[in-house]
Design a protein around this ligand. Structure first.
Ligand code: WQD
Length: 337
């Protein structure tokens, strides 16, 4: 079965490609390499012994995308990762985010009409909930006004997919609302490649441990939580990769007829920023210099998933712990120069 993975050389995309190849799917990757490196393809090959077909295509380029789909009529599934994902950057460059995360999705869905009953998995985010009233967060928690253009693009994308399906499109879709993906493949052959100063917590912690960063700034310890720092649901990227394959297989199942569904994907456990720092230090037997600074605008106090639906409908539960992910993240960081 031929599966297109857009953004397939990115952090979550590359780990999902590995999971697909290990289940003997035929994978085609398109990626514009704007936020990754072609070396990731070698990492995938070394892990799986297979080299997926790769095309350097920018999904904002309508004609290139159209030519690609004209040559690939037998694609049966699309897993769409290609998007910009930095919350802070989206505030500075909103039009880039609406073009790449929204307009390009429209082009992709239009091209999907050339396929026969394609299955579509969309990479969404718990950001759509903002600060949820109730924790843990279920899928019927209200989608709140986004705190950033990035979060808004994910909300708009989900609506575009639903409207497209409601219009009678021959496409079935599942949106996966990720919580906080962390870690790396245990071989350390692929992992998170933040370009420039990491925006996310775990890559910054790892680079501080590697003395690439002098000190980790903890953005606020005056939140209404046990230790005053924000709480998130940190999920191992390999667990996240595996649920994409399970979601795709659910869409392929004969007796599954739902045109569209949404799943929260997390571990169901919340950990604070200081929990992450302390666990990273403990499992890797090192120190991470850190200091408390002001809150980061836009941060929510706490977000962690209610995993009832993904467990009962997809039969999936995270297998790896945050400690596993922080060990893998450090092993990966030590491989970087
Ligand atoms: C986690 C916690 C920070 C950096 C975002 C997106 C989400 C997804 C993951 C794409 C927060 C604190 C962070 C630092 C810190 N993006 N922190 N010092 O903001 O929960 O989620 O990234 O898939 O959609 O919204 O993740 O890792 O940036 O922050 O104290 O140097 O760590 O304040 O509490 P976030 P994050």
């Amino acid at each position: 079965m031929k599966i297109l993975v857009t953004g397939g050389l990115g952090f979550i995309g590359s780990h999902t490609v590995v999971a697909l190849l290990e289940k003997d799917y035929e994978v085609i990757i398109i990626d514009n390499l704007s936020n990754t490196s072609i070396d990731v393809l070698e990492g995938i090959t070394r892990i799986t012994g297979k080299t997926p077909e790769f095309h350097q295509i920018d999904i904002r380029n309508k004609s290139a995308l159209s030519r690609f789909f004209d040559e690939q009529p037998d694609i049966e599934g699309i897993i769409h990762f290609a998007a910009f994902k930095a919350v802070g950057e989206s505030v500075e460059k909103p039009l880039d985010y609406y073009e790449n995360n929204v307009a390009a999705l429209v082009y992709l869905l239009k091209e999907s009409c050339k396929l026969n009953q394609p299955k579509f998995i969309f990479s969404s985010s718990c950001t759509v909930y903002g600060q949820a009233e109730k924790l843990p967060i279920t899928e019927d928690a209200p989608v709140q006004k986004a705190n950033s253009p990035y979060g808004n693009t994910k909300q708009i994308d989900e609506e575009i997919i639903q409207d497209f399906i409601n219009s009678g499109a021959n496409l079935q879709a599942i949106s996966l609302r990720y919580f906080n993906p962390i870690g790396a493949h245990p071989t350390a052959l692929i992992g998170e490649l933040p370009i420039g100063v990491p925006q996310n917590l775990v890559p910054f912690v790892a680079q501080t441990a590697a003395r690439k960063r002098e000190v980790l700034s903890v953005f606020g310890d005056d939140y209404p939580t046990e230790d005053g720092t924000c709480i998130r649901d940190y999920i191992h990227v390999m667990d996240l990769a595996e649920v994409h394959v399970i979601a795709l297989e659910k869409l392929i199942e004969k007796d599954y007829s739902k045109p569209y569904d949404v799943f929260n994907v997390g571990t169901g456990k919340g950990n604070s920023v200081l929990d992450v720092v302390k666990t990273f230090e403990k499992v890797n037997n090192l120190k991470v210099p850190h200091k408390i600074v002001d809150r980061r605008p836009g941060d929510v106090t706490a977000a962690y998933a209610d995993t009832t639906k993904v467990e009962s409908v997809l039969g999936w539960k995270a297998q790896r712990t945050m400690a596993d992910a922080l060990k893998d993240a450090w092993r990966w960081e030590q491989k970087q120069q």
